[in-house]
Design a protein around this ligand. Structure first.
Ligand code: CP
Length: 303
């Protein structure tokens, strides 16, 4: 039985808990919450590379007044001596931090390992399976643009373009959309598309963009394609790349999103980041608020 305090995916989370997380993030954004300063500790263990997720959790911990330490899965840890990833996690958990944040490959049986740990575990990206905090910060970003104009996320349309099949961000959005009621469309090469029946599929990017309120380009996950890609980067850019030209089909109040890291000149042209509809760095900023809110909520803070 997975502890209800864990956040590995969205299978056990209620809409109420998500709405209260967003309210907590609003307060953090408005600088209304004091640091906790209770001697609490956050442990970070990343077994895959990260810039945004790791550093935003660390920033969030500092702002929340929670100490943090980072387990280095590179040459300086005992993984080098043959220790297993599971043993490394159980040993760090035995040091009794208050919260454990883990990024792991899909091959790691994270749910089984969590059953052996008596402290909350937050997923910071799990292979192609889930990346819940990314989906939450994306929705928080959309909500902040739309709620201000009296609109809500339910019923809104998010077009995800690219490698949905190998994307943990897409997997988490597919789960989260079913809880919060926003619609997801997908567009990309056939072997990149999700088989989830709840998604609306577009063969043509222009049609998808006309349908959408927001578009999110995904990075092609070159490292997760065992057989290599069946088309060239140039062909992908031509058919599915976000550029000033293709984005003429997105409404003037639409949002342009990307979870990062970006393959410039493949899924997105660099100058698109200067488009007034781009919220790519706003997503990163909101990632700190959402992760601080999640940390505080996990430590028992309520609004
Ligand atoms: N979006 C995201 O997860 O970025 P990082 O891999 O840099 O953490």
């Amino acid at each position: 039985m997975v502890s209800p305090l864990n956040l590995l995916d969205f299978e056990q989370i209620s809409e109420n808990k998500i709405q209260s997380l967003f309210s907590l993030a609003d307060q953090i954004k408005n600088k209304k919450l004091a640091p906790r300063n209770k001697g609490e500790v956050l442990a970070l263990m990343f077994f895959e590379a990260s810039t945004r997720t790791r550093l935003s959790f660390e920033t969030a911990a500092i702002r929340a007044g929670v100490g943090s330490f980072y387990f280095d899965s590179g040459a300086t840890s005992s993984l080098e001596k043959g220790e297993t990833v599971e043993d490394a996690i159980l040993n760090v958990a035995a040091m009794k931090p208050d919260v454990l944040v883990i990024r792991a490959p899909a091959t790691l049986p994270l749910k089984e390992i969590c059953q052996k740990i008596d402290l909350p575990v937050l997923c910071a990206g799990w292979g192609s399976l889930s990346h819940p905090t990314q989906a939450l910060l994306d929705v928080f970003t959309m909500r902040n643009h739309w709620v201000g104009r009296g609109q809500k996320v339910n019923g809104k349309k998010l077009l995800i373009v690219g490698d949905l099949k190998h994307s943990r961000v897409a997997s988490s959005h597919i789960q989260l959309a079913k809880i919060l009621g926003y619609e997801i469309g997908q567009c990309g090469p056939m072997n990149f598309l999700s088989q989830d029946q709840s998604l609306k599929s577009f063969a043509d990017l222009a049609e998808g963009l006309k349908w959408a309120n927001a578009v999110m380009a995904l990075r092609n996950q070159f490292e997760r394609h065992d057989q290599g890609l069946s088309f060239s980067k140039e062909v992908y850019r031509e058919q599915f790349g976000l550029s000033h030209q293709s984005l003429r089909n997105l409404s003037t109040d639409g949002l342009i999103m990307h979870p990062g890291p970006i393959n410039h000149g493949i899924e997105l042209e660099t100058d698109v980041l200067a488009d007034k509809r781009s919220v790519v760095l706003e997503q990163v900023q909101n990632g700190v608020y959402i992760r601080e809110a999640l940390l505080r909520q996990t430590l028992g803070e309520a609004i």
